[in-house]
Design a protein around this ligand. Structure first.
Ligand SMILES: Nc1nc2c(ncn2[C@@H]2O[C@H](COP(=O)(O)OP(=O)(O)O)[C@@H](O)[C@H]2O)c(=O)[nH]1
Ligand SMILES: [Mg+2]
Length: 220
């Protein structure tokens, strides 16, 4: 087998295992409105972050094939707490749904809140292996996203960009946004270089994202 064939086979196996893990038991554990309510650090964690309305709840539901796992809503800015979900039985890892930021009616407050979150939760959480930062495929990285990426870099919190709602743009536009985002994160120290484009509506990129989540929690 060539090296490339080996790499392809490993990825295919990871994707297959990730599919099974995400099809298995996943349960809401708890909401933490405040950092003193955080659960124990029993297993590794992956956090989901992004602007309000970016499609975070939809993506969590699509990844886990569960419609009501994370509440989707058309009222942005409502989720204010950290929501923890247990994956696997026995427990393998946790997904963490973070509050949306950049809600139009209170951008300053949200950014301030995020500064606390990054510094107190994300930076101090030894079991947090990666934060997925969701970016809308139609808009690319906005100023408020840049503020969050700056905080993550400063706090040395490993993150990876996930494009959402890819079905809403033409393939040519998606390629341009991907290129622009790749360029924007190239020199960012805590950014993973690979970007995954997804659509919760059409299922695009979901097998790859499940694999990326599994990979990040499996290391160390
Ligand atoms: N076309 C399309 N719409 C989406 C997708 N993901 C989310 N949406 C829509 O975007 C809006 C916000 O989604 P939601 O998951 O509640 O965003 P959140 O605020 O980040 O949790 C809702 O109206 C969703 O139906 C997607 O992949 N494709
Ligand atoms: Mg939501």
């Amino acid at each position: 087998m060539t090296e490339q064939e080996q790499t392809d086979q490993n990825l295919a196996e990871l994707i297959d295992e990730a599919r099974k893990v995400f099809a298995g038991p996943i349960a809401f554990l708890k909401s933490a409105p405040d950092l003193k309510f955080l659960p124990d650090m029993a297993v590794n964690e992956v956090a989901f972050a992004g602007r309000s309305n970016v499609g975070k709840s939809s993506l969590l539901n699509a990844l886990t094939n569960r419609n009501g796992l994370a509440r989707t809503s058309n009222t942005p800015g409502r989720t204010q707490e950290l929501n923890f979900f247990d994956v696997g039985e026995p427990l393998r890892f946790r997904l963490v749904d973070m509050p949306g930021y950049g809600y139009a009616k209170a951008p300053k407050d949200m950014v301030r809140k995020w500064r606390f979150l990054v510094n107190d939760y994300l930076r101090g959480r030894a079991k947090l292996k990666r934060t997925l930062v969701l970016i809308d495929s139609r808009h690319g990285i906005k100023d408020v996203d840049t503020d969050i990426l700056d905080m993550l870099d400063a706090a040395a919190v490993s993150y990876r960009i996930v494009l959402t709602k890819a079905d809403k743009v033409k393939a040519s536009h998606l390629a341009e946004v991907k290129q622009a985002v790749a360029e924007a994160i190239r020199k960012r120290p805590a950014a993973h270089p690979d970007i995954i484009a997804t659509s919760s509506e059409k299922g695009m990129g979901l097998p790859e994202l499940r694999a990326a989540v599994l990979e990040s929690v499996t290391q160390g």
